[in-house]
Design a protein around this ligand. Structure first.
Ligand code: HEM
Length: 350
């Protein structure tokens, strides 16, 4: 398969360059600020219509592909046909080609209509910067990198936030008393108005609910792998320099050292005695940490707040009479997803 490194799967200089560029671009666009919401939702909805089926297929097989990325020594012990079968290589290649074509078409359109004085979006900014950096030997910008990064932003950005919303809806169904309290707060604070960022502080239970949903769901079971830069002693073990390690977020989120009765879904664990939202200080890493921390955290937190409050204002979610709802996650080895093949009842609020 050809390499389209992008952001998530790159390292060193390549990663450093594209991370800095992407963060700068997202900040310029107003990431985490209200003005970005409508633009992102519009663009995302348009593209997602093309991507939806593809994303499900990729997600289904991605975990096995990543298994080989994380445990490269498997390559040395398994014969190639077994490896290809395990990683569902045919589907990977087909899906990657379809995805690449969709993005390449968009880039071609942008190249044809580019006005360097009036950049319209991420593609335009990238193309302009790539041209400027042409003679810089340190530059890693290329059309291939742009394709990889675009795929990353949609993969890492769309599926994660959509999954977080799906999980939250499941939790509202499963814990009607939580939904009732959420609705009460939203009705009292917002009435019929749509939430804006300034409302955050006035919606402590909603914030606590979002935080508890992220903890409980453990969407990403592990962070991005890290390389150990020095021989390190940890918990009685020596981890040799250059080892690849996988921080296990899921373990931390269900550790009673950090969270009292971790198996219980309890948003109020994040409320202090004054009823104010208090984010967990330790043991909570749904967006990872350090230099490779998620670049979309503030954007997705903003989206979660606006989506959830809007849903709660207009709809009521429940488990249909006589049915049950399994809120345990579907395990994709590295990701958790809700079991969407179940029924839920959505009623319009009068
Ligand atoms: C609920 C939503 C989201 C969750 C739970 C989530 C979770 C994560 C996690 C756990 C990581 C790895 C961090 C680490 O290893 O320390 C990550 C990385 C990343 N996320 Fe997110 N994310 C979400 C939304 C987004 C959004 C909206 C975007 C796009 C704007 C995004 C883009 C990325 C990228 C590009 C990386 C790789 C960063 C790098 O390698 O330097 N994510 N995310």
């Amino acid at each position: 398969m050809e390499k389209y490194l992008g952001l998530v799967f790159s390292n060193g200089q390549q990663w450093n360059n594209i991370r800095r560029f992407t963060l700068r671009h997202l900040r310029d666009l107003g990431m985490g600020k209200s003005k970005m919401v409508s633009a992102i939702q519009y663009e995302a909805t348009e593209l997602i219509m093309e991507f939806d089926d593809l994303i499900i297929k990729i997600q289904d097989s991605l975990s096995m592909l990543m298994l080989i990325d994380f445990f490269p020594w498997l390559k040395t012990i398994l014969p190639e046909p077994v490896l290809h079968y395990l990683t569902n290589r045919k589907l990977q290649v087909n899906s990657a080609n379809v995805l690449k074509k969709i993005i390449q078409d968009r880039i071609d359109e942008h190249v044809e209509t580019l006005d360097v004085n009036n950049p319209r979006d991420f593609f335009d900014d990238y193309l302009i910067e790539m041209e400027k950096q042409k003679s810089n030997p340190e530059s890693t910008m290329s059309i291939r990198d742009l394709i990889g990064t675009t795929a990353d932003l949609f993969g890492a950005g769309y599926v994660t936030t959509a999954t977080a919303i799906n999980f939250s809806i499941f939790y509202m169904c499963k814990f009607p008393h939580v939904q009732k309290r959420l609705r009460k707060e939203v009705d009292e604070v917002l009435g019929n108005n749509q939430a804006i960022l300034d409302d955050k502080a006035k919606l402590p239970y909603t914030e606590a609910f979002i935080t508890e949903s992220l903890r409980f769901a453990n969407q990403t079971q592990f962070s991005i792998p890290r390389t150990v830069t020095n021989d390190t002693k940890l918990g009685g073990y020596t981890i040799p320099k250059d080892s690849i390690i996988l921080p296990t977020v899921e373990e931390m989120h269900s550790d009673s050292k950090y969270f009292d009765s971790p198996k219980e879904f309890r948003p109020e664990r994040f409320l202090n005695d004054d009823g104010k939202f208090e984010p967990p200080k330790i043991g909570f890493l749904p967006f990872g940490t350090g230099r490779r921390q998620c670049i979309g955290e503030s954007l997705s937190r903003m989206e979660l707040l606006i989506f959830l409050t809007t849903l709660v204002q207009h709809l009521e979610f429940s488990v249909p009479k006589g049915e049950t709802l399994d809120i345990t996650a579907r395990d994709f080895v590295f990701f958790n997803a809700p079991r969407l093949e179940q029924n839920i009842l959505i009623t319009e609020r009068s």
